[in-house]
Design a protein around this ligand. Structure first.
Ligand SMILES: C[S@@+](CC[C@H](N)C(=O)[O-])C[C@H]1O[C@@H](n2cnc3c(N)ncnc32)[C@H](O)[C@@H]1O
Length: 277
């Protein structure tokens, strides 16, 4: 099958919004490339679905304008043959380090420095390559805090944070994602890394509300962060929450500031650690 590549160039503050738009439209893995013209997000859709996505994108610009976000992005499309597409994004994905974690695409030979924790990853069409600032922020906080803890990875995507937790000494990890494909991808990444954790395909909010975990981590969205912050009020657990830009920090801390013990920022994105009150 061939694919329609949809490429959107936007201001950096709209990166997450457009990535979510693509994902909700069934675009699966979204490649992000920051250049002088702005943030370039690329996703692939079956050619029959592409016209609908483009029409929805028009509505989406209007919605964002109504919320006071800057002008619409530039949109470009092209047809890509299946065999090119499967390899295309891999060209841009290289090994990199986040703190003491070394992340290496699973098809490349890893060369971690002594003492680094190796994570081998093939995100496929799931979220979680490890290159996004919100993933990196969560990863650092998690690696620092998870030893001997029971951990809940809310919106686990490729499984990257669960794998880091296991390799950093977590006692037990549960990963939940509502996307079937993400759960399959995470299972394969767990296998490649020789890690074992419980995987659930389901709703992050329900699982968090019902379960008892020492530490939960969520890199989803602002709205998700608010819902999880509300649930955390009833719990005796630590919550690492990210997935939103710096502009929403004040609004978030107005609601949950009494429990925030740490705020970290990277490239305009935030991550907060909430402790039980
Ligand atoms: C931005 S990705 C984060 C992936 C990975 N944890 C990381 O930090 O890179 C968010 C993930 O949350 C999942 N998700 C969104 N809403 C969810 C919900 N209500 N319940 C479970 N998973 C959800 C999405 O399918 C996606 O895989």
């Amino acid at each position: 099958m061939d694919w329609t590549e949809v490429q959107v160039t936007v201001a950096e503050e709209l990166e997450e919004a457009v990535a979510n738009f693509f994902h909700e439209g069934g675009g699966g893995g979204v490649v992000l490339d920051r250049g002088p013209a702005g943030s370039v997000l690329t996703a692939y859709f079956p050619p029959k679905e592409a016209p609908l996505i483009l029409a929805r994108l028009e509505d989406y610009w209007r919605e964002l304008a109504g919320l006071g976000y800057p002008a619409r992005g530039q949109v470009a499309t092209r047809q890509v043959a299946q065999e090119d597409w499967a390899e295309e994004w891999k060209k841009y994905y290289r090994p990199f380090s986040v703190g003491s974690t070394y992340i290496c695409p699973s098809w490349l030979e890893p060369a971690p420095a002594p003492g680094q924790t190796l994570v081998r990853l093939d995100p496929g069409l799931a979220f979680g390559t490890g290159t996004h600032p919100t993933t990196q922020l969560c990863l650092r906080e998690l690696a620092e805090r998870c030893r001997d803890k029971t951990v809940l990875d809310l919106g686990s995507g490729s499984g990257i944070l669960s794998i880091v937790a296991i390799k950093s000494g977590a006692r037990q990890v549960t990963a939940v994602d509502n996307d079937e494909l993400a759960v399959r991808v995470a299972a394969e990444n767990a296998r490649v890394n020789g890690c074992s954790f419980r995987q659930v395909q389901g709703d992050a909010f329900a699982l968090y509300a019902q379960g008892d975990y020492d530490l939960a981590v969520a890199n989803i969205s602002y709205q998700a962060g608010v819902r999880l912050g509300e649930i955390q009020r009833q719990k005796k657990t630590t919550l690492i929450v990210s997935g939103f830009p710096l502009e929403r920090l004040e609004e978030y801390t107005r609601q949950f500031g009494d429990r925030v013990v740490k705020t970290a920022c990277q490239e305009g994105w935030v991550c907060l650690v909430l402790e039980a009150g």
